[in-house]
Design a protein around this ligand. Sequence first.
Ligand code: NAP
Length: 486
Amino acid sequence: MSEKPAANRHVRAAIIGAGMAGILATIKLREQGIECVVFEKADRVGGTWRDNTYPGLACDVPAHWYTYSFARNPDWNNLLAEGHELLDYFEGVARDRGVLPLIRFGDEVVRLEYRNGKWDLTTAAGHRDSFDIVISASGVLHHPNIPHFEGIESFDGPIFHSARWDHDVALDGRKVGVIGTGSTAGQLTVALVPRVERFDLFQRTPQWVLPRANIAYTEEQKASFRDPAVLDQLVQQYRTTTFEGYATAVIDVDSPQLAAIEQLCRDNLATVRDPVLRQQLTPDYRAACKRLVISDTFYGAIQQPNANLVTSPIERIEPGGIRTADGVLHDLDVIVLATGFHVDRFIRPTKVIGRGGVDLDDVWAEGPHAYLSVTVPDFPNFFLLGGPNSPIGNFSLIEITEQQLGYVTQLIAGLLDGEYREVSATPEATSRFESERQAAAANTVWVTGCKSWYLDRNGIPASWTFSHNRFIEEMAAPKMQDFETR
Ligand code: NAP
């Protein structure tokens, strides 16, 4: 019989990624007395807010809510924060909470292997170490999707993805083409139209656009938010509106909440004056099927005389610009690919080998899945934040990640106090959860006839398909009968 592990033993955790989730995990695991080493392949913290620096970048979730619950910020200038303000916020939290010295920058983890009760870790630089726990905090919208367009390499000017912005490229007074109409392209349109000579937006699919005014806060309001009770009340308002409204709408296509969102989108679309343009911008699927674009300025920008919505499909890229199926060559100086991300990677391409040599790539061959999106059978003490099937949408992912981490820290508590040395979900619980999740998908808006990054390659929503309340209930405490412990 194996020996019972010692209580309050020294436990080491590897945290992969120093974005929003990695910073959070480091702060919270250290509060549990765990030694943390953070591996970050880039040279700076901030994840998506470091990678994305495109003009117009902002977070379309209210800023006061899009913060850690233990580090609220009363000083946001606007309802919606700009990208650089968020990067400053995350860097500030990482610095103030002592996370920065624990980060190995420029050290990419290429392999994790569970052997003899430990995770052996190897980085691209050849560094090796061994850990009791691994936290995967590697983000979702991280690997740019660069579609193959015939002739893409023949283009005479600069061409780059929105998440790899080339700030050396001049844009003012030039002819700029943006491919895509998602949240990124929407923000780019508003920022670039006033600056460029001509702006061409290449639309494959129109998007529903929900208006939201980006109000500026007065100094008086900011002063009032310094009272934690006032700030908390503000955050609670955003939470209630979103979870009772949007989060209910997406899982119930017959709900009055979805009808209300659709009406707001239709009213917004009705502000487009030219009936032909309005028609071209009208989606043929239900609002919120794709992630809503949040903007009260996009339609204004696309109606400017120098803006041009291109709806004929892209045929190829030529040295002078983009040739569309109607035979027109759209001459361009710069092309931006606002074409989204590969969202099914999670911690990969890192090779992750679990107990008994099980390869995560094989386990996820049919698509990534995890019990309650945080743990995978045969991958003991390996926890995912923002993992497969996490709630995603137009709300604060920080709050979601905090709830997932609250759950994970309860599982880790059992390791610390010597109850067990290994914990991972059972295969039965994982497949039961997955079948229930897929069954619940049938009534969601995501399967009502659009293509989006919310769907996996089989057309099944890759997100949380249950109510938000169920997420809160599940995350409140692990049901230990669903776990295998040793
Ligand atoms: P996205 O929503 O995936 O949109 C990608 C766009 O590129 C779509 O319009 C897509 O057209 C188009 N596209 C892809 N491949 C194409 C091809 N081969 N030819 C023509 N068009 C092509 O990507 P995103 O706008 O970068 O946004 C991704 C996510 O990032 C958002 O959903 C959101 O979660 C997050 N985000 C958030 C904010 C924020 O303010 N919080 C801002 C930006 C991004 P189809 O629709 O036809 O596929």
